[in-house]
Ligand binder design. Structure first.
Ligand code: LLP
Length: 421
Protein backbone atom coordinates (compact mmCIF):
# COMPACT_ATOMS: atom_id res chain seq x y z
CA UNK A 1 0.00 0.00 0.00
CA UNK A 2 1.18 3.51 -0.77
CA UNK A 3 -0.04 7.08 -0.44
CA UNK A 4 -0.27 7.95 -4.15
CA UNK A 5 -3.98 7.95 -4.91
CA UNK A 6 -6.39 9.73 -7.24
CA UNK A 7 -8.59 12.29 -5.60
CA UNK A 8 -11.23 14.19 -7.58
CA UNK A 9 -9.60 13.06 -10.82
CA UNK A 10 -6.05 14.09 -9.95
CA UNK A 11 -3.10 12.04 -8.66
CA UNK A 12 -1.99 13.01 -5.18
CA UNK A 13 1.16 12.31 -3.21
CA UNK A 14 -0.35 12.19 0.30
CA UNK A 15 -2.22 15.54 0.43
CA UNK A 16 -0.29 17.27 -2.35
CA UNK A 17 -1.46 17.26 -5.98
CA UNK A 18 1.35 15.88 -8.13
CA UNK A 19 0.51 18.47 -10.80
CA UNK A 20 1.16 21.26 -8.27
CA UNK A 21 4.68 19.95 -7.69
CA UNK A 22 5.25 19.75 -11.45
CA UNK A 23 4.10 23.36 -11.85
CA UNK A 24 6.66 24.46 -9.25
CA UNK A 25 9.74 22.35 -10.03
CA UNK A 26 9.21 21.35 -13.68
CA UNK A 27 9.51 17.80 -15.04
CA UNK A 28 10.86 15.21 -14.76
CA UNK A 29 11.24 14.71 -11.00
CA UNK A 30 11.05 12.09 -8.28
CA UNK A 31 8.58 12.46 -5.44
CA UNK A 32 8.64 10.42 -2.23
CA UNK A 33 5.97 9.94 0.43
CA UNK A 34 7.05 10.15 4.06
CA UNK A 35 4.00 8.19 5.25
CA UNK A 36 4.77 5.33 2.85
CA UNK A 37 8.44 5.18 3.83
CA UNK A 38 7.53 5.05 7.50
CA UNK A 39 4.71 2.56 6.98
CA UNK A 40 7.05 0.11 5.29
CA UNK A 41 9.79 0.55 7.88
CA UNK A 42 7.31 -0.10 10.69
CA UNK A 43 5.93 -3.20 8.94
CA UNK A 44 9.38 -4.78 9.18
CA UNK A 45 9.97 -3.51 12.69
CA UNK A 46 6.65 -4.98 13.83
CA UNK A 47 7.24 -8.25 11.94
CA UNK A 48 10.25 -8.88 14.19
CA UNK A 49 8.55 -7.84 17.42
CA UNK A 50 9.43 -10.14 20.29
CA UNK A 51 12.95 -10.71 18.97
CA UNK A 52 15.90 -8.48 19.72
CA UNK A 53 16.33 -6.84 16.29
CA UNK A 54 17.45 -3.91 14.17
CA UNK A 55 16.11 -3.02 10.72
CA UNK A 56 19.14 -1.73 8.80
CA UNK A 57 17.72 0.03 5.74
CA UNK A 58 19.82 -0.82 2.64
CA UNK A 59 20.45 2.78 1.70
CA UNK A 60 21.72 1.89 -1.77
CA UNK A 61 18.00 1.82 -2.70
CA UNK A 62 17.56 5.53 -2.01
CA UNK A 63 20.19 7.48 -0.13
CA UNK A 64 18.85 11.01 -0.18
CA UNK A 65 19.68 12.71 3.13
CA UNK A 66 16.03 13.51 3.82
CA UNK A 67 14.99 9.89 3.25
CA UNK A 68 17.76 8.67 5.56
CA UNK A 69 16.85 11.21 8.24
CA UNK A 70 13.17 10.20 8.05
CA UNK A 71 14.03 6.54 8.61
CA UNK A 72 16.76 7.18 11.17
CA UNK A 73 14.36 9.24 13.28
CA UNK A 74 11.99 6.26 13.26
CA UNK A 75 14.79 4.10 14.69
CA UNK A 76 16.25 2.50 11.56
CA UNK A 77 19.85 1.44 11.29
CA UNK A 78 21.61 1.50 7.91
CA UNK A 79 23.33 -1.03 5.68
CA UNK A 80 26.13 0.77 3.81
CA UNK A 81 28.32 -0.51 0.99
CA UNK A 82 30.86 2.26 0.48
CA UNK A 83 32.71 5.03 2.25
CA UNK A 84 30.34 7.45 0.53
CA UNK A 85 27.28 5.71 1.94
CA UNK A 86 28.90 5.57 5.39
CA UNK A 87 29.46 9.34 5.28
CA UNK A 88 25.93 9.96 4.01
CA UNK A 89 24.46 7.89 6.85
CA UNK A 90 26.50 9.74 9.45
CA UNK A 91 25.65 13.12 7.90
CA UNK A 92 21.94 12.21 8.15
CA UNK A 93 22.41 11.60 11.88
CA UNK A 94 22.72 7.81 12.05
CA UNK A 95 24.98 6.78 14.94
CA UNK A 96 27.88 4.48 14.04
CA UNK A 97 26.55 1.71 16.25
CA UNK A 98 23.50 1.45 14.00
CA UNK A 99 25.51 1.06 10.77
CA UNK A 100 26.52 -2.27 9.23
CA UNK A 101 29.07 -2.26 6.42
CA UNK A 102 28.52 -4.77 3.56
CA UNK A 103 30.24 -5.21 0.20
CA UNK A 104 32.85 -7.40 -1.50
CA UNK A 105 35.40 -4.66 -2.15
CA UNK A 106 35.81 -2.51 0.92
CA UNK A 107 39.06 -0.57 0.54
CA UNK A 108 41.51 0.01 3.37
CA UNK A 109 40.52 3.66 3.40
CA UNK A 110 36.82 2.85 3.68
CA UNK A 111 37.54 0.40 6.48
CA UNK A 112 39.55 3.02 8.36
CA UNK A 113 36.80 5.61 7.93
CA UNK A 114 34.25 3.27 9.51
CA UNK A 115 36.58 2.09 12.28
CA UNK A 116 37.38 5.66 13.27
CA UNK A 117 33.81 6.92 12.93
CA UNK A 118 32.19 3.98 14.73
CA UNK A 119 30.52 0.93 13.30
CA UNK A 120 28.13 -1.77 14.47
CA UNK A 121 29.81 -4.47 12.40
CA UNK A 122 31.58 -5.26 9.16
CA UNK A 123 30.03 -8.02 7.06
CA UNK A 124 33.26 -9.55 5.76
CA UNK A 125 33.15 -11.26 2.36
CA UNK A 126 36.61 -12.81 1.88
CA UNK A 127 39.82 -13.94 3.56
CA UNK A 128 41.93 -11.08 2.16
CA UNK A 129 39.37 -8.65 3.54
CA UNK A 130 39.72 -10.29 6.98
CA UNK A 131 43.46 -9.68 6.86
CA UNK A 132 43.14 -6.03 5.83
CA UNK A 133 40.48 -5.39 8.45
CA UNK A 134 42.58 -7.04 11.16
CA UNK A 135 45.65 -4.98 10.23
CA UNK A 136 43.66 -1.72 10.07
CA UNK A 137 42.02 -2.34 13.43
CA UNK A 138 45.32 -3.19 15.09
CA UNK A 139 46.99 -0.10 13.61
CA UNK A 140 44.23 2.04 15.11
CA UNK A 141 44.31 0.14 18.44
CA UNK A 142 40.68 -0.95 18.18
CA UNK A 143 38.79 -4.21 17.66
CA UNK A 144 36.56 -4.60 14.63
CA UNK A 145 33.22 -6.36 15.21
CA UNK A 146 32.56 -8.75 12.34
CA UNK A 147 30.20 -11.22 10.82
CA UNK A 148 31.26 -13.31 7.86
CA UNK A 149 28.94 -13.34 4.88
CA UNK A 150 28.31 -16.90 3.83
CA UNK A 151 27.15 -17.89 0.38
CA UNK A 152 24.55 -20.62 0.96
CA UNK A 153 24.33 -21.68 -2.70
CA UNK A 154 20.59 -21.06 -2.87
CA UNK A 155 18.80 -20.01 -6.03
CA UNK A 156 16.88 -16.83 -5.21
CA UNK A 157 14.74 -17.26 -8.35
CA UNK A 158 15.04 -13.61 -9.31
CA UNK A 159 16.61 -11.67 -12.21
CA UNK A 160 20.16 -12.99 -12.79
CA UNK A 161 21.68 -9.51 -12.36
CA UNK A 162 20.36 -9.25 -8.79
CA UNK A 163 20.76 -12.85 -7.57
CA UNK A 164 23.66 -13.12 -5.12
CA UNK A 165 23.31 -16.39 -3.22
CA UNK A 166 24.52 -18.95 -5.78
CA UNK A 167 28.04 -20.33 -5.60
CA UNK A 168 28.91 -18.77 -8.97
CA UNK A 169 28.18 -15.27 -7.61
CA UNK A 170 31.00 -13.11 -6.27
CA UNK A 171 29.43 -12.70 -2.83
CA UNK A 172 30.40 -14.18 0.53
CA UNK A 173 32.46 -17.25 1.28
CA UNK A 174 31.17 -20.72 0.37
CA UNK A 175 29.19 -22.00 3.34
CA UNK A 176 31.14 -25.27 3.19
CA UNK A 177 34.31 -23.32 4.08
CA UNK A 178 32.73 -21.32 6.88
CA UNK A 179 34.25 -23.27 9.79
CA UNK A 180 37.75 -22.84 8.42
CA UNK A 181 37.33 -19.11 7.78
CA UNK A 182 35.76 -18.48 11.21
CA UNK A 183 38.76 -20.27 12.76
CA UNK A 184 41.09 -17.95 10.84
CA UNK A 185 39.13 -14.90 11.98
CA UNK A 186 39.15 -16.04 15.62
CA UNK A 187 42.95 -16.09 15.50
CA UNK A 188 43.14 -12.46 14.43
CA UNK A 189 43.45 -10.22 17.50
CA UNK A 190 42.03 -7.14 15.74
CA UNK A 191 38.70 -8.86 15.07
CA UNK A 192 35.75 -9.79 17.24
CA UNK A 193 33.34 -12.32 15.77
CA UNK A 194 29.75 -11.33 16.57
CA UNK A 195 27.72 -13.36 14.12
CA UNK A 196 26.87 -14.57 10.62
CA UNK A 197 25.65 -12.65 7.57
CA UNK A 198 23.73 -13.83 4.52
CA UNK A 199 21.99 -12.08 1.59
CA UNK A 200 20.76 -14.12 -1.36
CA UNK A 201 19.34 -11.58 -3.77
CA UNK A 202 16.82 -8.87 -4.46
CA UNK A 203 13.17 -8.71 -5.60
CA UNK A 204 12.38 -12.19 -4.21
CA UNK A 205 8.68 -12.93 -4.58
CA UNK A 206 8.71 -16.31 -2.88
CA UNK A 207 9.75 -17.13 0.68
CA UNK A 208 11.13 -20.59 -0.15
CA UNK A 209 14.68 -19.45 -1.05
CA UNK A 210 14.84 -17.38 2.17
CA UNK A 211 13.72 -20.43 4.11
CA UNK A 212 16.38 -22.63 2.49
CA UNK A 213 19.11 -20.07 3.24
CA UNK A 214 18.00 -19.38 6.82
CA UNK A 215 17.84 -23.09 7.64
CA UNK A 216 21.45 -23.38 6.53
CA UNK A 217 22.34 -20.38 8.69
CA UNK A 218 20.60 -21.97 11.70
CA UNK A 219 22.62 -25.13 11.25
CA UNK A 220 25.83 -23.17 10.82
CA UNK A 221 25.10 -21.19 13.99
CA UNK A 222 25.01 -24.40 16.02
CA UNK A 223 28.16 -25.74 14.36
CA UNK A 224 30.12 -22.55 14.93
CA UNK A 225 28.93 -22.31 18.52
CA UNK A 226 30.13 -25.87 19.06
CA UNK A 227 33.49 -24.76 17.65
CA UNK A 228 33.60 -22.15 20.41
CA UNK A 229 32.57 -19.00 18.53
CA UNK A 230 30.22 -16.51 20.14
CA UNK A 231 27.52 -16.30 17.47
CA UNK A 232 25.04 -13.84 18.94
CA UNK A 233 23.85 -11.85 15.92
CA UNK A 234 22.42 -12.92 12.56
CA UNK A 235 22.28 -10.45 9.66
CA UNK A 236 19.77 -11.86 7.20
CA UNK A 237 20.21 -9.37 4.37
CA UNK A 238 17.40 -7.80 2.37
CA UNK A 239 15.63 -8.87 -0.77
CA UNK A 240 11.90 -9.07 -0.11
CA UNK A 241 10.20 -8.09 -3.38
CA UNK A 242 7.45 -5.60 -4.11
CA UNK A 243 4.43 -5.80 -6.44
CA UNK A 244 5.50 -3.88 -9.56
CA UNK A 245 2.49 -5.16 -11.48
CA UNK A 246 -0.89 -5.11 -9.83
CA UNK A 247 -1.70 -8.81 -10.21
CA UNK A 248 -3.27 -11.45 -8.03
CA UNK A 249 0.13 -12.99 -7.30
CA UNK A 250 1.27 -10.43 -4.73
CA UNK A 251 4.62 -11.14 -3.07
CA UNK A 252 4.75 -12.19 0.58
CA UNK A 253 4.29 -9.53 3.23
CA UNK A 254 6.87 -8.42 5.80
CA UNK A 255 4.73 -10.15 8.43
CA UNK A 256 5.04 -13.48 6.57
CA UNK A 257 8.77 -12.88 6.29
CA UNK A 258 9.03 -12.09 10.01
CA UNK A 259 7.13 -15.26 10.87
CA UNK A 260 9.54 -17.26 8.72
CA UNK A 261 12.52 -15.73 10.54
CA UNK A 262 11.00 -16.61 13.90
CA UNK A 263 10.23 -20.13 12.75
CA UNK A 264 13.66 -20.88 11.30
CA UNK A 265 15.95 -18.93 13.64
CA UNK A 266 13.94 -17.93 16.72
CA UNK A 267 15.17 -20.83 18.85
CA UNK A 268 18.79 -19.65 18.64
CA UNK A 269 18.29 -16.57 20.81
CA UNK A 270 20.30 -14.37 18.44
CA UNK A 271 19.82 -10.69 17.80
CA UNK A 272 18.38 -10.34 14.26
CA UNK A 273 19.34 -7.73 11.69
CA UNK A 274 17.64 -7.37 8.32
CA UNK A 275 18.64 -5.11 5.42
CA UNK A 276 15.55 -4.30 3.36
CA UNK A 277 15.93 -1.58 0.74
CA UNK A 278 13.39 -1.94 -2.06
CA UNK A 279 10.41 -2.79 0.12
CA UNK A 280 10.91 0.33 2.22
CA UNK A 281 11.59 2.85 -0.56
CA UNK A 282 10.21 1.31 -3.78
CA UNK A 283 6.52 2.03 -3.52
CA UNK A 284 7.24 5.24 -1.62
CA UNK A 285 8.32 7.01 -4.81
CA UNK A 286 7.08 8.10 -8.23
CA UNK A 287 8.98 9.45 -11.17
CA UNK A 288 6.87 12.11 -12.83
CA UNK A 289 7.45 13.02 -16.45
CA UNK A 290 5.70 15.04 -19.18
CA UNK A 291 4.78 14.00 -22.68
CA UNK A 292 6.87 15.88 -25.26
CA UNK A 293 5.39 14.37 -28.39
CA UNK A 294 2.98 11.70 -29.49
CA UNK A 295 4.49 10.25 -32.63
CA UNK A 296 2.92 7.90 -35.16
CA UNK A 297 5.33 5.31 -36.47
CA UNK A 298 5.08 2.39 -38.85
CA UNK A 299 2.33 0.29 -37.31
CA UNK A 300 2.95 1.63 -33.81
CA UNK A 301 2.75 4.87 -31.92
CA UNK A 302 5.27 6.36 -29.52
CA UNK A 303 4.74 8.40 -26.42
CA UNK A 304 7.94 10.44 -26.12
CA UNK A 305 8.53 11.62 -22.55
CA UNK A 306 10.96 14.14 -21.07
CA UNK A 307 12.19 11.44 -18.64
CA UNK A 308 14.66 8.90 -20.00
CA UNK A 309 16.78 5.85 -19.24
CA UNK A 310 19.37 8.04 -17.55
CA UNK A 311 16.71 9.08 -15.00
CA UNK A 312 15.22 5.60 -14.43
CA UNK A 313 17.39 2.82 -15.80
CA UNK A 314 15.53 -0.22 -14.45
CA UNK A 315 13.47 -0.96 -17.60
CA UNK A 316 16.58 -0.73 -19.84
CA UNK A 317 18.82 -2.63 -17.44
CA UNK A 318 16.60 -5.38 -16.04
CA UNK A 319 13.62 -5.30 -18.43
CA UNK A 320 11.79 -4.12 -15.33
CA UNK A 321 8.11 -3.35 -15.41
CA UNK A 322 6.87 -0.08 -13.91
CA UNK A 323 3.22 0.94 -13.87
CA UNK A 324 2.86 4.22 -15.80
CA UNK A 325 -0.26 6.17 -14.99
CA UNK A 326 -1.64 9.53 -16.16
CA UNK A 327 -1.51 12.23 -13.48
CA UNK A 328 -5.01 13.29 -14.52
CA UNK A 329 -7.25 10.30 -13.87
CA UNK A 330 -8.68 8.89 -17.12
CA UNK A 331 -12.46 8.90 -17.35
CA UNK A 332 -13.98 5.55 -16.40
CA UNK A 333 -14.43 3.28 -19.40
CA UNK A 334 -12.21 5.36 -21.67
CA UNK A 335 -10.68 3.48 -24.62
CA UNK A 336 -7.07 2.43 -24.19
CA UNK A 337 -4.67 1.67 -27.01
CA UNK A 338 -1.20 0.10 -27.11
CA UNK A 339 1.71 2.52 -27.36
CA UNK A 340 5.50 2.39 -26.87
CA UNK A 341 6.61 4.69 -24.06
CA UNK A 342 10.11 6.05 -24.64
CA UNK A 343 12.53 8.78 -23.59
CA UNK A 344 14.52 11.23 -25.72
CA UNK A 345 17.92 9.50 -25.32
CA UNK A 346 19.56 8.42 -28.55
CA UNK A 347 19.38 4.67 -28.21
CA UNK A 348 16.59 2.17 -28.66
CA UNK A 349 17.20 0.84 -25.15
CA UNK A 350 15.66 4.08 -23.93
CA UNK A 351 12.28 2.37 -23.86
CA UNK A 352 10.18 2.24 -20.70
CA UNK A 353 7.40 0.04 -22.04
CA UNK A 354 6.36 -1.59 -25.30
CA UNK A 355 2.78 -1.70 -26.48
CA UNK A 356 1.47 -0.58 -23.09
CA UNK A 357 -2.29 -0.03 -22.98
CA UNK A 358 -2.73 3.67 -22.28
CA UNK A 359 -5.62 6.14 -22.46
CA UNK A 360 -5.19 8.96 -25.02
CA UNK A 361 -2.47 11.42 -23.98
CA UNK A 362 -1.25 14.65 -25.57
CA UNK A 363 1.87 16.82 -25.44
CA UNK A 364 2.20 18.45 -22.04
CA UNK A 365 0.26 15.76 -20.16
CA UNK A 366 1.93 14.33 -17.06
CA UNK A 367 2.50 10.66 -16.33
CA UNK A 368 3.80 8.98 -13.17
CA UNK A 369 5.98 5.88 -12.95
CA UNK A 370 4.98 3.93 -9.88
CA UNK A 371 7.35 1.95 -7.64
CA UNK A 372 10.26 4.22 -8.58
CA UNK A 373 11.42 5.14 -5.08
CA UNK A 374 14.06 2.39 -4.89
CA UNK A 375 16.97 2.09 -7.34
CA UNK A 376 15.62 5.08 -9.28
CA UNK A 377 17.35 8.37 -8.48
CA UNK A 378 20.40 6.59 -7.05
CA UNK A 379 21.09 4.82 -10.35
CA UNK A 380 20.57 7.89 -12.53
CA UNK A 381 23.25 9.53 -14.61
CA UNK A 382 23.76 12.60 -16.75
CA UNK A 383 24.04 10.66 -20.00
CA UNK A 384 23.23 12.86 -22.99
CA UNK A 385 24.10 15.83 -20.72
CA UNK A 386 20.73 15.61 -19.07
CA UNK A 387 21.05 17.09 -15.54
CA UNK A 388 20.06 14.82 -12.63
CA UNK A 389 16.38 15.33 -11.94
CA UNK A 390 15.18 16.81 -8.65
CA UNK A 391 13.84 14.84 -5.70
CA UNK A 392 10.85 16.00 -3.70
CA UNK A 393 9.67 14.78 -0.30
CA UNK A 394 6.02 15.07 0.68
CA UNK A 395 4.72 14.95 4.22
CA UNK A 396 0.98 15.46 4.60
CA UNK A 397 0.13 18.66 2.76
CA UNK A 398 3.71 19.96 2.60
CA UNK A 399 6.44 19.24 0.13
CA UNK A 400 10.11 20.15 -0.06
CA UNK A 401 12.77 19.92 -2.73
CA UNK A 402 15.32 17.54 -1.18
CA UNK A 403 17.70 17.61 -4.14
CA UNK A 404 17.41 20.46 -6.58
CA UNK A 405 17.91 20.26 -10.29
CA UNK A 406 21.47 21.37 -11.13
CA UNK A 407 21.97 24.21 -13.59
CA UNK A 408 23.59 23.57 -16.96
CA UNK A 409 26.55 25.69 -15.82
CA UNK A 410 27.08 23.36 -12.85
CA UNK A 411 27.03 20.40 -15.15
CA UNK A 412 29.51 21.91 -17.60
CA UNK A 413 31.81 23.47 -15.00
CA UNK A 414 32.61 20.17 -13.33
CA UNK A 415 34.88 19.53 -16.29
CA UNK A 416 38.21 21.32 -16.56
CA UNK A 417 40.06 22.06 -19.76
CA UNK A 418 43.85 21.58 -19.40
CA UNK A 419 46.06 24.61 -19.92
CA UNK A 420 47.55 23.19 -23.09
CA UNK A 421 44.24 23.41 -24.93
N1 LLP B 1 21.82 -6.20 1.55
C1 LLP B 1 22.75 -6.44 0.61
C2 LLP B 1 24.04 -7.00 1.00
C3 LLP B 1 22.46 -6.16 -0.76
O1 LLP B 1 23.38 -6.42 -1.69
C4 LLP B 1 21.20 -5.62 -1.11
C5 LLP B 1 20.87 -5.29 -2.50
C6 LLP B 1 20.28 -5.37 -0.08
C7 LLP B 1 20.62 -5.67 1.24
C8 LLP B 1 18.92 -4.79 -0.34
O2 LLP B 1 18.12 -5.59 -1.11
P1 LLP B 1 16.58 -5.19 -1.35
O3 LLP B 1 15.87 -5.32 -0.04
O4 LLP B 1 16.56 -3.78 -1.84
O5 LLP B 1 16.12 -6.14 -2.36
N2 LLP B 1 19.50 -2.21 -8.72
C9 LLP B 1 18.70 -3.41 -8.63
C10 LLP B 1 18.73 -4.01 -7.22
C11 LLP B 1 20.10 -4.32 -6.73
C12 LLP B 1 20.14 -4.90 -5.33
C13 LLP B 1 21.54 -5.03 -4.83
N3 LLP B 1 21.68 -5.46 -3.48
C14 LLP B 1 17.29 -3.10 -9.08
O6 LLP B 1 17.00 -1.97 -9.48
O7 LLP B 1 16.44 -4.00 -9.12
Amino acid sequence: MDHFLYRDGALYAEDVAVADIAAEVGTPFYVYSTATLLRHFHLFDEALEGMDHLVCYAMKANSNQAVLRTLAQAGAGMDVVSGGEYRRARAAGVPGDRIVFSGVGKTEEEIRTALQGGIRQFNVESEPELAVLNASARALGVTAPITIRVNPDVDAKTHAKIATGKSENKFGIPIARAREVYRMAADMPGLEIVGIDVHIGSQLTDLAPFEAAYRKVAELTETLRADGHDIRRLDLGGGLGIPYERTNADPPLPSDYGALIKRTLGHLGCEIEIEPGRLIAGNAGLMVSAVIYVKSGEGRDFLILDGAMNDLIRPAMYDAYHDIVPVTEPAAGIDRAPIDIVGPVCESGDTFAKQRMMPPLAAGDLVAFRSAGAYGAVMSSEYNSRPLIPEILVKGDQFAVIRRRPTFDELINRDTIPEWL
